[in-house]
Design a protein around this ligand. Structure first.
Ligand SMILES: Nc1ncnc2c1ncn2[C@@H]1O[C@H](COP(=O)(O)OP(=O)(O)OP(=O)(O)O)[C@@H](O)[C@H]1O
Length: 314
């Protein structure tokens, strides 16, 4: 906590074009609000709607889970918020309000600056989160210096603080290439990168899908802790309704590009109205299989043994 607070005071110097977001966010105003968002894809023969008229909002400190089966439109929704839609897709209608401003029409460079500094993201493909031939430390320092006016020394100190915050042996992780870290360690480092600039919103798109169940739980516990420290809003994307219900305040259930049901996790758990939601609820929960006494915190020994073995994913 202290490390992140110190880092926050170091890194407050902001890009001018985004200064309007420096104002403290009121807990009563949403960080993100989607109003009737519709995304279309162009074909040779015409256009189709991939996302149709979806609306939800996320407040500071809140976690909203966007849940649905493969192909329901979760990642396209994330792509629209991040301004990372494929060329063939465009926002055809609706608003994406970030801290009250509609960012849909913002020019690409302004959107790029917003992402990373005010909107962080962690994707399921942690292998692709980092450039393979650059040491982790250099990549984190570069991210910091792209968004903040910092000397190398300041950025290195902040990057080390973040690596420590996510439970990695900071100096050694800083000096490692991505291939020298295990999947869980890489996803922790990706979380450090996503949270490093203390974003108002973090988008976590299936952040644990590529990890085993126990490592995935560690990463999610870490995400919870960091969210509490930073106070950011989290959009948590998953296909597993059981998995997200115990983590999210609110759930939006998506099917075929539309939100079919929305509500507090507790209400969805006990009184799901839509048959599709009930079908997702009937899917077998896997996390109940974790032994209650399993230590989800200590993976330092994995790092040690990996380095003794000369590197490579554990
Ligand atoms: N680059 C693309 N070009 C064409 N169609 C795409 C592209 N990306 C996604 N789609 C289509 O958009 C729809 C929504 O896809 P999306 O990736 O958002 O689903 P999802 O719910 O995130 O699925 P998953 O859980 O498998 O990631 C799908 O029908 C998909 O085939």
């Amino acid at each position: 906590m202290q490390l992140l607070e110190r880092q926050a005071s170091d890194v407050r110097e902001e890009d001018r074009s985004l200064q309007s977001f420096e104002a403290p966010v009121s807990p009563t105003n949403p960080v993100l609000q989607l109003n009737g968002l519709t995304v279309q894809i162009r074909h040779k023969t015409g256009v189709d709607s991939i996302i149709q008229d979806i609306s939800f909002d996320i407040h500071p400190g809140e976690t909203v889970a966007l849940v649905g089966e493969s192909g329901s439109g979760k990642s396209v929704t994330a792509g629209a918020i991040l301004g990372l839609l494929p060329k063939s897709m465009h926002v055809a209608a609706g608003q994406i309000l970030f801290q009250g401003e509609d960012i849909v029409q913002w020019p690409t460079p302004k959107r790029r600056k917003l992402c990373g500094s005010h909107i962080g993201y962690v994707f399921q493909d942690y292998q692709g989160s980092f450039t393979p031939f650059m040491k982790m430390g250099s990549q984190l320092v570069e991210t910091l210096r792209t968004h903040r006016k910092q000397s190398y020394k300041q950025a290195k100190a902040a990057a080390l603080a973040c690596l420590e915050q996510v439970g990695l042996p900071a100096e050694r992780a800083f000096d490692s290439y991505p291939f020298q870290l295990s999947g869980g360690q890489l996803q922790r480092a990706a979380l450090a990168a996503g949270m490093m600039l203390q974003p108002a919103l973090l988008i976590a798109d299936e952040p644990t899908t590529a990890l085993d169940v126990l490592t995935g739980e560690r990463v999610l516990d870490l995400l919870d802790r960091m969210q509490r420290q930073i106070g950011c809003a989290v959009l948590f994307i998953s296909h597993d309704l059981h998995h997200v219900m115990k983590r999210a305040d609110n759930v939006a259930v998506m099917r075929s590009g539309m939100i079919v049901e929305r509500g507090a996790s507790s209400a969805i758990h006990g009184r799901a109205k839509h048959p599709y939601t009930r079908m997702l609820l009937n899917a077998k929960p896997l996390l109940s299989e974790i032994p209650p006494d399993f230590d989800l915190e200590d993976d330092e020994h994995l790092f040690e043994s990996m380095h003794r073995a000369g590197g490579g994913p554990v």
